[in-house]
Design a protein around this ligand. Structure first.
Ligand code: NAP
Length: 500
């Protein structure tokens, strides 16, 4: 880790500075990529321990910069450290490299078979954009950084300008962990470069090999476009907007509309609606029960006071996007927080529109980032399906239904599943479990690559590529592919799965 991290990183980095930073990251990569998995695991664990050791000062700093409450930030710190330790466990165990060993058959007719061995290799320097909505779990030592470092990539982290000091505290913990565990200098570089020009220069620098981003659609798409304009295009793993549709079936409304309203009032307003999994769209069939539900949900949302949003830009965007949504034809405001909002606060809101209008107006499927949800009432199953057709790719979708009615909607549920990365039955989309089976991604525009997740240990797959080694002498092979490797992992030997 470089000395860069104390003085230089607290100043803004200009375009020339970015060139230097990326070259240093590239030099570090050549050494870091060869560090053993067990050593990199120790580094990740030391980062987690270092973040915990900052203690209440980290939470205090994050509270001041983000307006998020203490309990939420403490939970996010726990998640951040847990993620780091999960990646450490993954790379220490080792099978994530997907080693395949196809040994030679020299006497095979008509042609001899060569010895071919394959495993995952790190891509190179990764640029990570700190995210405003998760100042810890998706920022400096968040999942993008943790998974890239675990893979053997070096990281240049562009601090989000909404929480620069929080980012510095975490970066200091990473620097200390790197020194303590003997990582190469510049394995992780933290910069302040708050301008779109700087973001573009980072993405387009020739040594950058991949980008991790979480934020707005316009931001993520811009970075993706910069990457495709390069002489050598690179992957941008951008997790962007999502309205996370919730389909409420008639039986559930009959049986438990009050309970569903209670669940959803809490989910829509949790963290002032500033989650990528916030349920921004509720869809159901028009009925007397839906009228009751609309009233119940409206009353519950009206009782929830406005909350201060992450930063003034997010608050003003919320006001503008909400006003735009409410000004669309046939959209009516059902309810909003009784209490008037103060500066930078988001007001809890429920709007309603007939499905016939939703189907014809793409503006209604746009994200309003904040505590807002639109209830769409369909006249029948055909209109419900037509509304589904107009919803673009999403991180999640949820079906609320009674056990006996779910079976009659199997075809519809399959169509919903085609559009999303995660489908939930009888729950809420907010609250993303960090575990190996989680997929947090989805078809465009939810992300720029639906094949990959940004939550859970599979996030490491974004920053690696397979390499085959043909006829390599044992001494030149990576350890994982050597004969007699003591690592207890499954691998394919002569096209059969065997335990090494
Ligand atoms: P953002 O605008 O997407 O920005 C995130 C990062 O990307 C920042 O570092 C920003 O650079 C950079 N960036 C954005 N556009 C860029 C461009 N055209 N070229 C180069 N770099 C670019 O997200 P935000 O700052 O967190 O919030 C802004 C708005 O995005 C919010 O009001 C909200 O509506 C929306 N948002 C949506 C989600 C979601 O999950 N869907 C999450 C967060 C925010 P700078 O550091 O130079 O500003």
């Amino acid at each position: 880790m470089s000395d860069f991290n104390t003085n230089e990183m607290q100043q803004e980095t200009n375009i020339q500075g970015i060139d230097q930073v990326m070259k240093r990251s590239q030099s570090a990569f050549l050494a870091y990529r060869n560090m053993k998995g067990a050593l990199r695991a120790t580094f990740l664990e030391a980062i987690a321990t270092g973040i915990e050791a900052i203690g209440p000062a980290l939470i205090q700093q994050a509270m001041e910069e983000t307006n998020l409450p203490e309990a939420r930030l403490a939970g996010e710190r726990g998640r951040t450290c847990n993620q780091l330790r999960q990646f450490a466990a993954l790379i220490r165990e080792g099978s994530w490299v997907e080693a395949r060993i196809d040994t030679a058959i020299p006497d095979r007719a008509p042609l001899p078979k060569p010895d071919i061995r394959k495993m995952m290799a790190p891509l190179g320097p990764v640029v990570v954009f700190g995210a405003s909505k998760f100042p810890l779990a998706y920022s400096t030592a968040g999942v993008d950084t943790a998974s890239a470092l675990a893979a053997g990539c070096t990281v240049v982290l562009k601090a989000h300008p909404a929480h620069p000091r929080t980012s510095e505290l975490v970066a200091d913990a990473i620097a200390a962990a790197a020194r303590q565990t003997g990582m190469p200098p510049d394995t992780f570089i933290h910069i302040h470069a708050p301008s779109f020009e700087a973001g573009k220069a980072l993405v387009q620098h020739p040594v950058t090999k991949a980008v991790g981003f979480t934020g707005s659609f316009s931001g993520g798409k811009a970075l993706y476009d910069y990457a495709t304009q390069r002489a050598e295009p690179i992957p941008v793993f951008a997790e962007m907007g999502s309205i996370n549709p919730v389909f409420i079936l008639p039986g559930a409304l009959k049986a438990r509309s009050e309970k569903v309203a209670e669940q959803y009032a809490a989910s829509i307003t949790q963290s002032v609606g500033q989650f990528c999994t916030n349920p921004g769209l509720l869809v159901s069939l028009q009925s007397p029960e839906l009228d009751v539900f609309r009233k119940q949900l409206g009353e519950k949302l009206a009782a929830i006071a406005p909350g201060t949003m992450l930063h003034p830009g997010i608050a003003s965007n919320f006001v503008r996007n909400r006003a735009k949504a409410l000004s669309q034809q046939q959209v009516s405001l059902v309810a909003e927080s009784k209490e008037a909002p103060k500066e930078n606060q988001g007001v809890s809101s429920l709007a309603s529109v007939p499905a016939s209008e939703f189907i014809n107006n793409p503006v209604l499927a746009e994200e309003v980032f904040g505590p807002y949800s639109l209830l769409v009432a369909a006249s029948g199953i055909q209109e419900l399906e037509a509304a589904l057709d107009k919803i673009p790719g999403q991180l999640t979708a949820t079906i609320i239904g009674e056990d006996d009615e779910l079976a009659t909607y199997v075809g519809f549920i399959q169509k919903v599943a085609n559009k999303v990365g995660r489908i939930i039955i009888n729950g809420v989309p907010t609250g993303v479990e960090v575990c190996p089976a989680m997929h947090h991604g989805g078809p465009f525009p939810a992300t720029t690559d639906s094949r990959f997740t940004s939550v859970g240990t599979d996030a490491i797959k974004r920053f690696v590529r397979p390499v085959s080694y043909q006829n390599f002498p044992d001494v030149l092979l990576p350890d994982e592919l050597k004969a007699g490797n003591p690592m207890n992992i499954w691998r394919m030997v002569n096209s059969e799965w065997k335990k090494a």
